[in-house]
Design a protein around this ligand. Structure first.
Ligand SMILES: [Zn+2]
Length: 258
């Protein structure tokens, strides 16, 4: 039997036990997207590999392509985000980000931008001091928005979904299933089509735009009003329920309340 060796850079997203001694890993790579591989407890002692595979880090993997699946033959840590472990909240944010990428992507769909997003998320958290639960919730929401945009569900936040007119303050509604904002005039013109459109505050729309467009460091700045943040999470969760490939088991808000 011939085997092929390959080397790839990646960030481990998740792992699960397989039989007694083996473990499956899911890793996100810039050139091959999400890749799954097996670490075997029998051949190479799993204990030697796991510290590298189960830390939040960029790793260099040596994979052996077998007939049915890939097996890891070696791991080297390229970049550790060790300070994420200083704070339970940072670790929770990092793990939730990894989980969202894991459930939001399919195997073998290369996406270098998504890999960059993940690296920027982890390095931001690594450098960050602890923050309030509200700020953490806003940041995780912003990560989810950027992720959705990259996997093909970028919400429309600037122009009316229907007539493409520029959205004016207080003159629009939100439609999660259609993926964005619609102007009042269009809602009035065709009430049947826009029946499910909901009211949205300007502060909420501002947070959505900020989360989608600006880098994470900018998300530390705005004052977060409770009503705007609640609207932000409601809009985001309705978007995820409508479009995300797998609905996360817990809400993003709940995830941050550590
Ligand atoms: Zn319109």
């Amino acid at each position: 039997m011939s085997t092929v060796l390959s080397q790839t850079t990646g960030i481990v997203l998740s792992h699960r036990d397989h039989r007694e001694a083996d473990r499956w890993y899911s890793v996100f790579t810039p050139d091959r997207g999400k890749v799954e591989f097996l670490a075997r407890g029998g051949h190479k002692p799993l204990a030697k590999l796991t510290p590298h595979l189960e830390m939040v880090a960029v790793v260099e993997l040596m994979l052996v392509h077998g007939r049915a699946y890939q097996i890891v033959a070696g791991v080297e840590r390229r970049r550790a985000f060790a300070r994420i472990y200083d704070d339970l909240q940072k670790l929770t944010l990092a793990q939730n980000g990894l989980h969202l990428v894991d459930i939001g992507t399919r195997e073998q769909e290369a996406d270098p931008h998504l890999f960059e997003l993940l690296v920027s998320w982890l390095s931001f958290l690594n450098d960050q001091a602890s923050m309030t639960t509200e700020r953490a919730g806003f940041l995780l929401g912003a990560f989810a928005l950027k992720l959705m945009a990259l996997i093909g569900y970028r919400p429309e936040l600037a122009l009316c979904l229907s007539c493409r007119a520029v959205i004016v303050e207080a003159q629009y509604r939100w439609h999660a299933l259609k993926g964005g904002v619609v102007c009042q005039a269009c809602v009035a013109r065709d009430q049947e089509q826009w029946f499910a459109a909901r009211a949205m505050g300007d502060g909420t729309l501002k947070l959505l735009r900020l989360g989608l467009e600006e880098p994470f460091v900018v998300h530390l700045r705005p004052h977060l009003l409770g009503v705007d943040l609640a609207g932000f999470h409601e809009a985001l969760e309705s978007l995820m329920i409508s479009h995300f490939p797998t609905i996360p088991a817990s809400s993003l808000r709940a995830a941050c309340a550590v």
